[in-house]
Design a protein around this ligand. Structure first.
Ligand SMILES: [Zn+2]
Length: 147
């Protein structure tokens, strides 16, 4: 595995520049001591998880929530049973609070060469597409890169 971020997987507008900057600093942008330096949206803590709105949401999304494991781990196999249970809780809570009557939940894990993730630190996405966006393409929908 190479580093905390994968520049090849960050190919969206100014997000590519952000990831390039982080790669040069050689720090993990999702570790608690660094998160505030790179992430300006409010965060809240739910057990093992940090919950926040993505600063660089996929397009077209109505809502894009990041669920970041608080401690630096990279593979889903490192998740404790408690962390998995809390993840289920936080998904249910966020979906309820945000009135998500439909959406998607994804988690990439491990070696970013195989995942499409730009940040190796384990995190998940809770996403609701926006079919009302002016440039929404019903044939494309909202696409998530894997690999
Ligand atoms: Zn980290």
């Amino acid at each position: 595995m190479g580093g905390f971020v994968n520049e090849q997987n960050a190919n969206r507008g100014n997000y590519a520049d952000v990831i390039k900057d982080i790669a040069e600093k050689a720090v993990c942008p999702f570790c608690p001591e660094q998160l505030a330096n790179f992430h300006k949206n409010p965060i809240r803590r739910h057990g093992h998880w940090i919950v926040t709105n993505n600063m660089y949401p996929y397009h077209p999304t109505k809502q894009h929530v990041l669920l970041i494991h608080a401690d630096h781990i990279e593979h889903a196999s490192e998740l404790s049973a408690k962390a998995w249970a809390e993840l289920k809780q936080v998904i249910e809570q966020e979906a309820a609070v945000r009135n998500m009557v439909g959406g998607a939940f994804t988690m990439r894990f491990g070696d970013t060469r195989f995942t499409g993730a730009s940040v190796a630190h384990l995190h998940a996405h809770l996403i609701q597409a926006d079919p009302d966006a002016s440039d929404y393409d019903p044939e494309q929908g909202l696409r998530i890169r894997i690999g």
